[in-house]
Design a protein around this ligand. Structure first.
Ligand code: CTP
Length: 211
């Protein structure tokens, strides 16, 4: 089985020295790629900037922006059986890029932003992906409602939901506590290392295929 995994944050440049990004470390996605190898399957990791080592035996594509991640997924999704989209893609990017470093000339300034492409939302509708699709939902409120909505709206087979308002959960932490949300079946995985959580997610994904 061949898995595609997106991981890490994306960076959306403002000028040559500044960008918009988020607190994602990439650890969950890299742990997922390692877990896929551990279970004896092929893994392609498409990642935004992180400071992590690529796990042994994992194919790797490095990207910076949401647009680049979108294009890499679009190019590669054809030969894939399972896609787990774990990246914390920036939802907005600056409308324009300044070729020169912006000087602090005014007291206040407004940065105008536009939406980036929704990779998860494009998997079924734009890319025509027919394999098993797993999305992530990072929420600070109404966790399960948000996850159920994502499951339905984006054609996912499973959504991994984490409440990122809790310390030690989700962004930039080495542990995680998640809900696995499927149609008619919701299960909580108690707090554990991202490596053990990743293994459970991959095993659950494989059981979805077997079932
Ligand atoms: N995602 C994506 N492309 C984007 C934004 C998000 O593929 N441009 C994917 C993430 O990898 C994750 C899922 O969408 O699998 C959920 O992201 P999240 O930020 O929780 O939710 P959004 O879909 O952005 O929705 P909302 O802002 O309403 O919470």
């Amino acid at each position: 089985m061949r898995f595609l995994i997106t991981a890490g944050p994306t960076r959306e440049a403002i000028d040559p020295v500044r960008y918009i990004s988020n607190r994602s470390s990439g650890r969950m996605g890299y742990a997922l790629a390692g877990a896929v190898r551990h279970e004896g399957h092929e893994a392609l990791l498409i990642s935004g900037p992180t400071s992590l080592d690529v796990p042994e035996g994992v194919d790797f594509i490095s990207v910076t922006t949401a647009q680049q991640m979108y294009e890499a997924v679009q190019d590669m999704v054809g030969g894939v059986d399972v896609a787990i989209l774990c990246a914390a893609v920036a939802d907005y990017r600056p409308i324009s890029y300044s070729n020169q470093k912006i000087k602090k000339e005014v007291e206040r300034m407004t940065l105008e932003l536009e939406r980036t492409p929704d990779i998860l939302g494009s998997m079924r509708r734009v890319f025509g992906f027919r394999g098993v699709l797993v999305g992530f939902a990072a929420e600070t409120q109404n966790l399960l409602a948000g996850a159920r909505n994502k499951l339905e709206a984006k054609g996912c087979d499973m959504v991994v939901a984490n409440d990122v308002s809790q310390p030690g959960v989700g962004f930039d932490a080495s542990t995680n506590e998640v809900w696995l949300v499927r149609k008619g079946r919701e299960e909580k995985l108690e707090r554990d290392t991202k490596h053990r959580i990743a293994l459970r997610i991959v095993q659950e994904t494989l059981s979805l295929i077997a079932g």
